[in-house]
Design a protein. Structure first.
Length: 414
């Protein structure tokens, strides 16, 4: 029951956080969601009965999760550094996730465990003074004066002196419809939403990405959950399956930049399927060594694939609806997350059937990923037209030119 409520809350959260992020800004979600998780999680640790626990479990997940931080990171840097920047951020996240197993090992009582992991989230309140709204989002919503203020702040922090030409360009931008009235804002947002809904290409991408996320999250979550059934300490196995993302991100940063998006994703899930199915043929006498490491290798491939799919999803949707559409597709993964913990029950019918199912499901995103446009050398699309043109022969050069023109030797280094 608790797992079902958790996943139901995540469905609500993904849809709600995506809408808020696209309409009111990435910063709002980045600050509010961890704060809500921390507060609600602490209250949940004082639950007096099971129903209170269920209610606050739903509130925590429904109001406290989203991926606006990854969206902001992708929108902040150029296309050449997008993957590397995101990988560095995800490595830190993987370290934090892996500590959960170790903390649970040392603090087995669930009330103390929840207080230990939720209390540190309250420091996120200071992010109000540390995090700025994304420039790309501000420009897409015609808040040009704020965008210029953020750019000037970035230049100051990095000890960069703006050239006179750049200063004139920024001043010109700041005076271009920088303060549209409320009616203009609402009309603009409605127009952007209608454009998205009328685009068959984008709607098809949402459907394909939803199918990819369903398969990818089923395999990824199932791998982590199934790790507790492997030989050895379930706490260490759990942490190990999450920690494998650290070396995986180094490989991700190189391969996604060097070989594009589609081919590495396809290769990763093909290898994932091979490792899972190969683990079935490991004899019982070598189960500890031979059984664990194929799962570790499969987990690395699954982690690689899920992260890469998330990057691809954020790159194929336009800025005004990027977070909403990505999260809409990701909600399909919540159903998979609800099913994945039950996969180990298949072992009752046939030894190794769980691994075979994971391997076969992994072939789904391997095939579907080839149907997306490659976004390796393109800037993020800022409009529906830009998003629809992804994959066209001339779109890469056009979008890159836009990015280069925006940062003319904009600056002179000291």
């Amino acid at each position: 029951m608790i797992g079902s409520v958790h996943n139901l809350g995540l469905v609500v959260s993904f849809l709600l956080s995506g809408f808020i992020s696209d309409r009111y800004g990435r910063k709002v979600v980045i600050i509010i969601t961890p704060l809500v998780v921390g507060i609600v999680g602490l209250i949940k640790s004082f639950s007096v009965n099971y129903w209170m626990l269920l209610v606050f479990e739903f509130l925590e997940t429904a109001l406290g999760y989203g991926n606006a931080s990854m969206v902001l990171s992708l929108e902040t840097v150029s296309h050449k550094r997008r993957v590397i920047f995101s990988c560095i951020a995800d490595i830190l996240s993987s370290f934090g996730s892996s500590f959960l197993g170790l903390i649970a090992w040392k603090i087995p009582y669930w009330r103390y465990l929840m207080r230990a992991i939720y209390a540190p989230l309250l420091v996120v309140v200071f992010y109000i003074f540390l995090v700025d709204e994304g420039v790309r989002w501000l420009l897409a919503h015609n808040r040009n004066d704020e965008a210029v203020r953020v750019l000037n702040k970035v230049a100051k922090i990095n000890n960069i002196t703006l050239s006179n030409k750049s200063k004139e360009t920024l001043i010109k931008i700041s005076h271009q419809n920088s303060k549209p009235n409320q009616d203009c804002k609402e009309n603009r947002q409605k127009s952007q939403l209608l454009s998205v809904l009328r685009s068959k290409k984008i709607l098809l991408r949402v459907i394909l990405m939803a199918a990819c996320f369903f398969c990818a999250i089923f395999v990824h979550i199932g791998t982590v959950v199934n790790s507790t059934n492997l030989s050895g300490s379930k706490y260490l196995n759990f942490s190990l399956m999450l920690l494998v993302a650290v070396p995986t991100r180094a490989v991700t940063a190189f391969t996604l930049t060097r070989f594009g998006r589609k081919t590495p994703i396809c290769a990763a899930y093909c290898l994932c399927a091979i490792f899972f199915i190969a683990s079935v043929f490991v004899p019982n006498s070598a189960r500890w060594l031979g059984g664990v490491w194929p799962h570790v290798a499969a987990s690395m491939c699954a982690s690689y694939g899920l992260f890469s799919l998330t990057v691809l999803a954020l790159e194929v949707f336009p800025t005004p609806a990027r977070n909403s559409l990505t999260n809409a597709a990701a909600t399909a993964g919540r159903l998979a997350a609800a099913l994945a913990p039950h996969a180990p029950l298949l072992e009752k019918y046939m030894t190794g059937l769980t691994s075979i199912v994971f391997g076969l499901v992994a072939l789904g995103p391997a095939a579907l990923s080839l149907m997306f446009p490659d976004t390796t050398n393109t800037d993020l699309p800022d409009s529906v037209n830009d998003a629809e043109r992804l994959g066209d022969a001339d779109v890469a050069s056009d979008l890159i030119k836009c990015e280069v023109d925006f940062k003319p030797a904009i600056v002179d280094q000291r």
